[in-house]
Ligand binder design. Structure first.
Ligand code: C2E
Ligand code: MG
Ligand code: MG
Ligand code: MG
Length: 271
C-alpha cells in the first residue's frame, strides 16, 4: 500500500499515520491563518496576594477559538506554532493584546505574558516588548514576562543578555513551572528573577506529601531572603491555600480563586 503512490509521493503506511499527517498539515495551515482570521483570544486568570486574597494581577492565557474544533488548548497548538515559526507573530500579538487590555485595568494590577523559548531565537523580541508598551501606554512595571528554565540551558549567555535587556525596559521577569525542568540554583544566581512560580505538580501534593511541602517551604524561604515573589500555581482548594500561606508563599493562583476567563467575564474589581 505504501508503494502504490510511487517515488516522491506521500507514503501513507497505515490509515492512522495518514490521518495523523493530514491532521498535522491541516492544523499548521489553519494556525498560520488563525491570527488574520482573529481566532486567537486571550483569557485571564487572577493572581492573588497571600493573606488577604486580593488580586495583584492577571496571567494572560492564549486560546484558539477554532470554527470547527471549538476551543483549542495552548498545550496543543503552541508546540505547532513553535515548529512552524508562527510563534513570533502570535507572540507579538499576545504582547500587544495583553498590554492593551491591562492598560484599561486599575493601576495596581499587573499582567503576565508567557514567552516561548523559540521567541528568544530572534533578536526582535526586545523590540516587540518595547513596541507593545509604547502602543498601549502601559507602565512597564505592570508587565511581567514568564519564561521557563529551558531558555537558560543556552550556554552562549545570549538569552541571559536578552533577559537583561528586557528587564532594562522596566518589566518584571518570572520563572514559570519551577521544579519541573532542570531546576538548578545556578539559574537563580545567573539572573535576578522578580518571581518564581512553583509548578502545580508540587501544589497538587502539598496535603499528601511531606517532601512536596518541605520543598515549597524551602523555595518560599529562599524567595523571602532573595526578595523574589513566590507564586504557587494550581491552587484548587482552601486547604491547599492555607498550607501554602503558612509555608510562606507570597502569591496564590489557581482554579480555587478563579479559572481563566475572557475579559468580559472578569470580576468588576479586576477590569
Ligand atoms: P502556564 O503558563 O504554566 O499556565 C498555567 C496553566 O495551568 C494554564 O493552562 C491554566 O489554565 C492552568 N491552571 C491554572 N490554575 C489551575 C488549577 O488550579 N488547576 C489546574 N489543573 N490547572 C490550572 P493553559 O491555559 O492550558 O496553558 C497551558 C500552558 O500553555 C501555559 O502554562 C503556558 O506554558 C502555555 N501558554 C499559554 N498561553 C501562552 C502564550 O500566550 N504564549 C506562550 N508561549 N505560551 C502560552
Ligand atoms: Mg505561565
Ligand atoms: Mg506554570
Ligand atoms: Mg507551563
Amino acid at each position: 500500500e505504501a508503494k502504490r503512490g510511487g517515488r516522491g509521493r506521500w507514503a501513507c503506511f497505515t490509515p492512522e499515520l495518514h490521518d495523523a499527517a493530514c491532521e498535522r498539515l491541516g492544523m499548521e495551515t489553519e494556525l498560520r491563518q488563525a491570527l488574520m482570521r482573529e481566532e486567537l483570544v486571550l483569557y485571564y486568570q487572577p493572581v492573588m496576594q497571600a493573606g488577604n486574597h486580593a488580586a495583584s494581577g492577571q496571567e494572560a492565557l492564549l486560546r484558539w477559538r477554532h470554527p470547527e474544533r471549538g476551543m483549542v488548548s495552548p498545550m496543543e497548538f503552541i508546540p505547532v506554532a513553535e515548529r512552524i515559526g508562527a510563534i513570533h507573530d502570535i507572540g507579538e500579538w499576545v504582547l500587544q493584546e495583553a498590554c492593551r487590555e491591562a492598560a484599561t485595568w486599575p493601576g495596581h494590577l499587573t499582567v503576565a505574558v508567557n514567552l516561548s523559548p523559540v521567541q528568544f531565537e530572534r533578536s526582535t523580541l526586545v523590540e516587540q516588548v518595547r513596541k507593545a508598551l509604547a502602543l498601549s501606554g502601559l507602565e512597564p512595571s505592570r508587565l511581567e514576562l514568564e519564561i521557563t528554565e529551558s531558555i537558560l540551558l543556552d550556554t552562549s549567555q545570549r538569552n541571559i543578555h536578552t533577559l537583561r535587556a528586557l528587564k532594562d525596559l522596566g518589566v518584571s521577569i518570572a520563572l514559570d513551572d519551577f521544579g519541573t525542568g532542570y531546576s538548578s540554583l545556578h539559574y537563580l544566581r545567573s539572573f535576578a528573577f522578580d518571581r518564581i512560580k512553583i509548578d502545580r505538580s508540587f501544589v497538587n501534593e502539598i496535603c499528601s506529601s511531606q517532601q512536596a511541602r518541605a520543598i515549597i517551604k524551602a523555595i518560599a524561604s529562599l524567595g523571602a531572603s532573595l526578595g523574589i515573589k513566590i507564586t504557587a500555581e494550581g491552587v484548587e482548594d482552601l486547604e491547599q491555600a492555607g498550607v501554602l500561606e503558612r509555608e510562606g508563599c507570597s502569591h496564590l493562583q489557581g482554579f480555587y480563586f478563579g479559572r481563566p476567563v475572557d475579559p468580559m467575564s472578569m470580576q468588576p474589581s479586576c477590569r
